[in-house]
Design a protein around this ligand. Structure first.
Ligand SMILES: *[C@@H]1O[C@H](CO)[C@@H](O)[C@H](O)[C@H]1NC(C)=O
Ligand SMILES: *[C@@H]1O[C@H](CO)[C@@H](O)[C@H](O)[C@H]1NC(C)=O
Ligand SMILES: *[C@@H]1O[C@H](CO)[C@@H](O)[C@H](O)[C@H]1NC(C)=O
Ligand SMILES: *[C@@H]1O[C@H](CO)[C@@H](O)[C@H](O)[C@H]1NC(C)=O
Ligand SMILES: *[C@@H]1O[C@H](CO)[C@@H](O)[C@H](O)[C@H]1NC(C)=O
Ligand SMILES: *[C@@H]1O[C@H](CO)[C@@H](O)[C@H](O)[C@H]1NC(C)=O
Ligand SMILES: *[C@@H]1O[C@H](CO)[C@@H](O)[C@H](O)[C@H]1NC(C)=O
Ligand SMILES: *[C@@H]1O[C@H](CO)[C@@H](O)[C@H](O)[C@H]1NC(C)=O
Ligand SMILES: *[C@@H]1O[C@H](CO)[C@@H](O)[C@H](O)[C@H]1NC(C)=O
Length: 576
């Protein structure tokens, strides 16, 4: 199905008329597939929370959730989605949003930076079906969105969150679910359940003795001096660069350890937030992942033979670099959740880890050259292989031969040219994660995340710059044995120009996306969408999940609001 972009001439004319008096609210969005939930099933929608996040630092929204009882027996739903709709008007930084339910992080988002005047609105529909066991009981729901109001920052984020439950039926059976979800988090009841590392986060976890399968999902994003981690410079070349450049190199690996041993790791996707480098490149189409940060999956089942002794075990999360001491700068926000499956028998599970091959750290290599003219080129590469195998016997006598493997590759090339006015990075990160149970794949993650950013500063002051981006997210993912397997291919190319001035910032941007989705239930979705300035110049959605009516009425604004707040890599300060 195709949705042609129709711009009635009358609207175009009206927009010019509005310029002097009234523009229209700008509809921001991230390209993503609509969740593969049964649209023709009975649906029950409840409001979970509504909150204006003004000066909300340290003041999360905390509400009590009650499961709806009018869409079939509680917990029998075919799917669950969340609808987060937000308006904002003014000047504000992008902020991180952490949704925590029953002490489990279930969604990490960030806010598009608002515009002045009529401001912005966005809606993101998030599939949370894999957290069905949490939604099937009452509990505390928390949205942490730390916003600041101060001179120069007046944008309030006015939010409303609804949950929709899709009733199951013979045509749409109940979603498969784990028996127990165990958070790897700070377990706080008044704020988001992510932790800041370093230092390494550790938690004691005691699992039921009849546990037969355990799968971990990890949330991870860099913050502060780790926001643009892929631009950070290998320490050995810091003396060749101006003061203020950030060290610890551009390689990051998120690790999950069980009793001090690596259980699995992730080479993370680089989410760029909407204040990232050139805000105008990310308006109205956000950088891919900004509204729904990707997560990572590890099969912890090979450790079941040691986890079913009825005792506490030490689960740890950290982020390491390619530097000699493996440390990073401040800081990453991490959390995790274990999806646990138990045997019908109450007898303890037994078994043995038969192969354990996982180095503590990735293998890494750093090389570079410094030119007589001051040019600095650096290449950091990394790779890692993990192979863990176990034989597991459930209390009811089922034998499970588990083989978990990871094979990851990484390369980052940085060019600092023309006295570092030019900063280019080309990073490739790819790999395969595969877990089989008795030969059947239960976790699959084949990914490739190439990222190119060319940043040109017009002078050393940090007040005028342009950038081009070429960023892809290619992933064949079966995250859990209860979910669909999906293939996503997204390529986003964007450009932006930004000039900070006492008389008001100016800037512009373009953003082009080619996105495709397919899954093991036969659902498909494709979207090609381009923006130039604030104008959607092309938009075509096809596939079985494509929305029937036009999802947005895109306003046509023939100007670019450049009131956004920019942040640059490598400690370069934007003077505003
Ligand atoms: C999401 O919520 C907003 C605000 O309540 C509503 O206007 C919109 O129709 C909802 N979208 C969907 C797809 O449910
Ligand atoms: C946006 O904020 C400004 C300043 O507070 C206010 O004057 C204006 O009415 C607001 N616009 C909307 C649409 O709320
Ligand atoms: C959070 O609430 C749960 C359930 O009431 C309680 O068991 C837990 O101790 C609380 N956590 C903290 C850190 O207070
Ligand atoms: C885990 O339990 C051990 C032994 O009871 C204790 O020494 C340790 O401090 C605990 N660790 C955490 C992170 O709570
Ligand atoms: C848990 O494991 C982490 C990572 O190996 C380690 O730093 C920490 O000291 C361990 N904690 C305990 C209580 O053993
Ligand atoms: C650094 O890379 C740039 C771009 O490829 C190249 O023009 C330059 O010669 C290189 N300089 C050094 C010192 O390697
Ligand atoms: C960055 O510049 C290099 C060298 O000119 C070019 O090959 C590459 O395509 C550019 N990348 C982006 C994202 O513009
Ligand atoms: C953005 O502004 C710069 C500087 O004025 C200009 O060179 C560029 O062509 C503009 N881009 C767009 C898409 O208008
Ligand atoms: C927006 O893009 C459309 C399609 O390319 C074009 O017809 C229209 O003139 C553009 N509007 C503005 C205000 O640039």
């Amino acid at each position: 199905m195709q949705l042609p972009k129709i711009i009635p001439l009358v609207l175009f004319a009206a927009t010019h008329f509005w310029l002097g008096c009234k523009a229209a609210v700008l509809v921001d969005f991230q390209v993503a597939n609509p969740p593969p939930v049964p649209r023709n099933a009975k649906q029950c929608t409840i409001q979970i929370l509504q909150r204006d996040f003004a000066f909300s630092f340290g003041s999360a929204e905390v509400v009590e959730f009650q499961p709806p009882t009018d869409c079939g027996p509680v917990g029998s739903w075919a799917g669950i989605t969340l609808n987060f709709t937000v308006t904002s008007n003014g000047t504000q930084f992008d902020r991180l949003g952490i949704f925590t339910f029953q002490n489990v992080e279930i969604w990490r988002t960030s806010t598009p930076e608002p515009t002045q005047g009529d401001g912005i609105i966005w809606t993101y529909i998030k599939d949370v079906t894999r957290y069905t066991p949490l939604f099937a009981k009452p509990g505390t729901f928390i949205l942490q969105l730390d916003n600041l109001i101060q001179p120069g920052l007046d944008g309030i984020y006015s939010t409303v969150l609804h949950a929709t439950f899709f009733a199951s039926s013979p045509a749409h059976p109940p979603a498969k679910k784990a028996d127990l979800l165990v958070p790897l988090s700070n377990l706080l009841n008044n704020t988001g359940n992510d932790v800041s590392v370093p230092p390494t986060f550790s938690i004691n976890v005691t699992l039921p003795q009849n546990t037969v399968k355990v799968f971990a999902e990890l949330y991870a994003s860099g913050n502060g001096n780790e926001e643009f981690w892929y631009f950070n410079t290998a320490n050995q070349f810091l003396p060749d660069l101006p003061n203020g450049f950030l060290g610890q190199g551009p390689f990051r690996e998120v690790r999950l350890l069980v009793d001090g041993r690596v259980a699995g790791t992730a080479y993370p996707y680089a989410t760029i937030f909407t204040g990232g480098i050139v805000p105008t490149a990310w308006r109205p189409i956000t950088s891919y992942g900004a509204l729904d940060l990707p997560t990572y999956f590890v099969d912890v089942t090979p450790f079941v033979p040691i986890l079913t002794d009825g005792k506490a075990h030490n689960f740890s999360l950290d982020v390491t670099s390619a530097e000699a001491d493996h440390t990073i700068l401040q800081n990453w926000f991490l959390s995790g959740v274990l999806q646990v499956f138990t045997d019908p028998s109450s007898k303890p599970t037994t078994g043995k880890i038969t192969t354990y091959s996982a180095d503590p750290f990735s293998q890494t290599n750093t090389v570079g050259s410094v030119g007589a003219n001051g040019d600095v080129n650096i290449t950091v590469s990394a790779s890692r292989k993990i192979h863990i195998e176990s034989t597991i016997i459930s209390g009811s006598g089922q034998l499970n031969h588990v083989v978990f493997t990871q094979d990851l590759q990484y390369k980052n090339v940085q060019n600092f040219l023309q006295n570092t006015l030019i900063q280019n990075v080309l990073q490739t990160s790819s790999g395969t994660v595969l877990s089989t149970h008795n030969g059947v794949p239960v976790v699959v993650d084949t990914f490739s995340y190439p990222l190119g950013i060319n940043l040109t500063n017009f002078d050393a002051s940090g007040d005028s710059f342009k950038a081009t981006f070429d960023h892809s997210y290619n992933r064949d993912l079966l995250p859990l044995p209860t979910t669909l397997r999906s293939q996503i291919a997204e390529r986003q190319t964007a450009t932006g120009f930004f000039l900070i001035s006492a008389n008001g910032n100016t800037g512009n941007g373009t953003n082009s996306n080619v996105f495709s989705y397919a899954d093991s239930a036969g659902n498909t979705y494709q979207r090609t969408v381009d923006a130039v300035l604030n104008n959607i110049t092309f938009d075509k959605q096809t596939g079985s999940l494509a929305p029937l009516p036009a999802p947005h009425q895109f306003p046509v604004l023939p100007f670019q609001d450049a009131s956004g707040k920019a942040r640059l890599p490598n400690g370069r300060r934007v003077p505003n």
